[in-house]
Design a binder for this molecule. Structure first.
Ligand SMILES: [Fe+2]
Ligand SMILES: [Fe+2]
Length: 369
């Protein structure tokens, strides 16, 4: 969810298949991840191979119920066996907006979960807004974490959305700002909110955009980690919830919650330009969009839950689905998947009238037959 800001009139860039990188470049030595790893983690589960019957590989995964506390058990968040495999796939899920008490979007998540399982990616990254009303309903965070357990992926990393931790305390949004307590509730369930890991010569970096200008101690820690991680000798991909800009890095939108604020935007984009960052993948706006600025691909992942039509000024396409990133050496491509069983839920009405609609609906009982 986000709040409308001023109209933008830049051209659309929809469903462009990206191919970047230098063909034939050698894969660089994978260096240790700059985040500390938790040694007390259980073994990872096997993911079914593409085309494999789920009966064998996934019987144990399918039978298992979500943990009562809904916490992601640390393995797939915190432990990662580095690999020199140079052909691999990353599935990007975003904006699942899950809740057991308000399960508007559970059907779509479950369809996407099955589609993800069939693709058998090496890594799944979730770019935020996992919960429906996480800042005020920790049980939604619990439920979202329990559903990530059901993905059956060998490695899952998560960055937070505003519906998980709230907006930066510096945001103009008057509702659901990130506090230390809200951030801590997220960390306890999903692990670090900023991180880096290496795979196949690539380095992947996740950042929490709500730490920007937050004044929290972790703001400086995140920037230091990012700067350190970007010193990688090889291609880099960045994941975050909020896009750094809508259409141009220098656009004037200081008051919007749709993008990163101009100050940290300028700072981080300069870091990216000075490094070998090939793409920045984000969620938040519930649109499928690609654009390239300063040689970096900015990829908006669609929501698995719902879209907003009627905001064509944002560019891209309103659709429900998820992304698959395929890597081969230092090249990559991005493909949008729209499983046929998804319900194309359109919340365009939520953008009309007053901005309390989300809170009213979140506080009402779910309408059941
Ligand atoms: Fe969202
Ligand atoms: Fe969001």
């Amino acid at each position: 969810m986000w709040r409308p800001d001023r109209a933008q009139t830049w051209p659309l860039c929809v469903n462009l298949r990206l191919q970047t990188g230098r063909l034939g470049s050698s894969v660089t030595q994978v260096s240790p991840p700059p985040v500390s790893l938790d040694p007390s983690v259980p073994p990872v589960r096997r993911t079914p191979r593409l085309g494999e019957s789920s009966a064998g590989a996934n019987r144990r995964v399918r039978r298992r119920e979500p943990s009562a506390r809904g916490r992601l058990r640390g393995a797939r968040l915190l432990r990662w066996k580095e690999s020199t495999k140079t052909d691999f796939r990353v599935v990007v899920l975003s904006d699942t907006h899950l809740s057991a008490s308000h399960p508007f979007f559970f059907h779509n998540f479950d369809v996407v979960r099955e589609a993800t399982e069939a693709l058998a990616p090496d890594v799944v990254v979730v770019t935020g807004d996992l919960a429906f009303n996480g800042p005020d309903a920790p049980e939604d965070l619990d439920f979202a974490a329990s559903q990530l357990e059901r993905l059956g992926a060998p490695f899952v990393r998560v960055v937070p959305g505003n519906h998980d931790v709230g907006y930066s305390p510096a945001a103009t949004a008057e509702e659901q700002l990130m506090t230390s307590a809200r951030r801590q509730a997220y960390l306890e369930r999903f692990g670090p909110d900023f991180w880096a890991f290496d795979h196949g010569g690539w380095r992947f970096v996740g950042v929490n955009p709500f730490l920007f200008e937050s004044g929290l101690e972790a703001e400086a820690e995140q920037r230091a980690m990012t700067a350190e991680a970007l010193a990688h000798d090889g291609p880099i991909g960045v994941f975050t919830h909020v896009p750094f800009f809508l259409n141009r890095p220098d656009e004037d939108d200081a008051a919007t919650t749709a993008t990163v604020a101009p100050g940290p935007r300028t700072d981080y984009l300069a870091l990216f330009r000075d490094a070998d960052v090939r793409f920045v993948a984000s969620g938040h706006l519930h649109r499928d969009k690609r654009l390239i600025a300063d040689g970096v691909a900015h990829i908006w992942a669609p929501s698995t839950a719902f879209m907003f039509s009627g905001r064509d000024d944002l560019g891209g396409a309103p659709l429900v689905g998820f992304l698959e990133l395929r890597f081969s050496g230092d090249r990559f491509s991005a493909t949008t998947h729209e499983p046929l069983d998804l319900l194309s839920i359109d919340l365009r009405n939520w953008l009309k009238g007053d901005e309390d609609r989300y809170f009213r609906i979140a506080e009402q009982p779910f309408r059941r037959p």
